[in-house]
Design a protein around this ligand. Structure first.
Ligand code: SF4
Ligand code: SF4
Length: 472
């Protein structure tokens, strides 16, 4: 296991922590010279736990914002759900104020409160998505094939996508402008109220970090409506698309145009002036649209029957954020090694590591072996499926189900998802490709002892040999 005790700051100095949030701070910040305790008495572990709380809150804030965009203010029940999340956000930020709390157990309690708010926000967002956009259905989507005038939309904001499609329709341009998804927009194709727009065509590219390559090749317009956007480099590739790049709401980048007040007309007019899309002629297909409510409705009974008949032996959750680097090849290797009578559930952009594979069906059933729950905020679906199955099978603890979990993390949405899972008592999760640098040994050991949380080793057989039915 890697050692968390110190963090290199790149200058050869190892820091147990760094805090400069108050006036009492040591010169250059408490911890800047290797101290493990601040002037106020805050120790490194508490400081790091407070960092963890704030990182979880950032992920929570993103989902909360999307829920806020979709909510009907006259719906008192939904507004009450939103307020419960807001309360935890406010209280948890207050908790991290200087000289408020120095108690380890209470830090953990607060962390679990943040995780619980994560469960609530994902449930709220999921309910709002299905209320506003309908219940997704499984769909096969064209990949890297485009024609005509095109707008490429990247990010998580389905509400923005619907508004854009609606405006194109209102202007009578649905047969002149096609709209394509990129990265976390892929699940949009499953929602009935989005797929009814025939000019919502297909998906282009993979996870967020291929933007420079894909966007520079795309000769239409582009909109990025949430993270993850890749900042422009001073390269000819980026310069070639920055004048065709639009951002939405909170997303911003130097040189790109901003869509203000949901007015898409400039984007639409710009798209009409550009030539037809060229260079995307692939015959590939990818699948999406397995929202957890759909899975429970359509496959619930079949899954239970397959488990009872011994046709379905194990469920794998292989999900999370993608990021550059070969270390995530582990997750593709793992998905490919999963035995054929095991089911793979995924979500988020990490699925682009293996969603080109046709996983087929569980033998002797019509249950697909690959289920894409949707965006990262749809990760709650795996828990809903697990709890539904446990209840139906009379299993008192969801951790007793034959489920293996391997999560990729990249940024703070993944942190709130992990905290949400931990707050529900989900154990035996593997995370990777490497441990978060803001943990230390004390926090990691606590998480290991309490939740059996582990960091992947890089060797799928070392981590999952038994579950993969390979002797190690
Ligand atoms: S809050 Fe404590 S650890 Fe942070 S800067 Fe102030 S004195 Fe230092
Ligand atoms: S899943 Fe994570 S890494 Fe991927 S686009 Fe969403 S926030 Fe970014």
């Amino acid at each position: 296991m890697e050692n968390f005790k110190t963090n290199g700051n790149g200058n050869g100095i190892n820091l147990p922590f760094l805090c400069w949030q108050c006036e009492m701070s040591a010169v250059n910040g408490c911890g800047a010279h290797g101290e493990s305790i601040g002037v106020c008495g805050k120790e490194a572990t508490k400081a790091r736990l407070q960092d963890l709380i704030t990182y979880g809150l950032r992920g929570l804030a993103a989902y909360r914002e999307h829920a806020r965009e979709l909510i009907d203010e006259n719906n008192t029940e939904d507004m009450k759900r939103l307020l419960e999340i807001d309360d935890v956000m406010g209280e948890s930020l207050y908790f991290t104020l200087t000289n408020v709390n120095f108690n380890f157990d209470e830090h953990i309690k607060q962390l679990m409160k943040v995780g619980n708010a994560g469960v609530k926000v994902m449930d709220l967002l999921s309910d709002l998505h299905t209320k506003v956009l309908g219940l997704p259905l499984p769909v096969e989507v064209s990949q890297n094939k485009a024609e005509g005038k095109g707008i490429l939309v990247s990010g998580h904001n389905l509400d923005m996508l619907e508004k854009l499609l609606k405006r194109i329709e209102e202007r009578g341009l649905s047969d002149k402008i096609n709209v394509y998804t990129h990265s976390e927009m892929l699940p949009a194709h499953g929602y009935p109220h989005l797929r009814k727009y025939k000019n919502l065509k297909g998906n282009i590219g993979k996870a967020w970090y291929d933007q420079t390559e894909v966007f520079s090749k795309w000769n239409g317009t582009i909109v990025v409506n949430t993270n993850c956007i890749v900042p422009p480099e001073k390269s000819s590739k980026v310069l070639n698309y920055i004048d065709r790049l639009y951002t939405y709401k909170i997303v911003g980048i130097e040189g790109a145009k901003k869509i203000e007040n949901d007015n898409f007309d400039e984007l639409i007019d710009h798209t009409l002036r550009l030539p037809d899309i060229e260079g995307f002629n692939s015959d590939e297909k990818i699948k999406t649209g397995h929202h957890y409510k759909t899975v429970i409705d359509v496959y619930g009974e079949k899954i239970l029957k397959a488990i009872n008949e011994g046709k379905l032996e194990r469920v794998w959750v292989i999900a999370g954020c993608d990021a550059p680097g070969r270390k995530r090849d582990y997750f593709r290797e793992l998905a490919l090694a999963v035995p054929e009578n095991h089911l793979i559930i995924t979500s988020s952009c990490g699925k682009f590591r293996f969603n080109d594979v046709d996983f087929g069906y569980i033998p002797d059933t019509d249950i697909p072996r690959y289920i894409d729950l949707g965006q990262c905020n749809d990760s709650n679906g795996a828990v809903h499926i697990a709890f539904t199955v446990a209840k139906a099978l009379g299993v008192d603890d969801v951790n007793k189900l034959p489920v293996s979990i391997a999560l990729m993390w990249m940024e703070q949405k993944a942190i709130i998802i992990l905290l949400a899972l931990l707050s529900l008592g989900i154990k035996d999760i593997y995370i990777g490709p490497r441990a978060p640098q803001f943990l230390n040994d004390e926090i990691y050991n606590f998480l290991k002892e309490t939740f059996n949380l582990k960091v992947i080793s890089g060797d799928i057989y070392k981590d999952f040999g038994k579950e993969l039915k390979v002797s190690v």
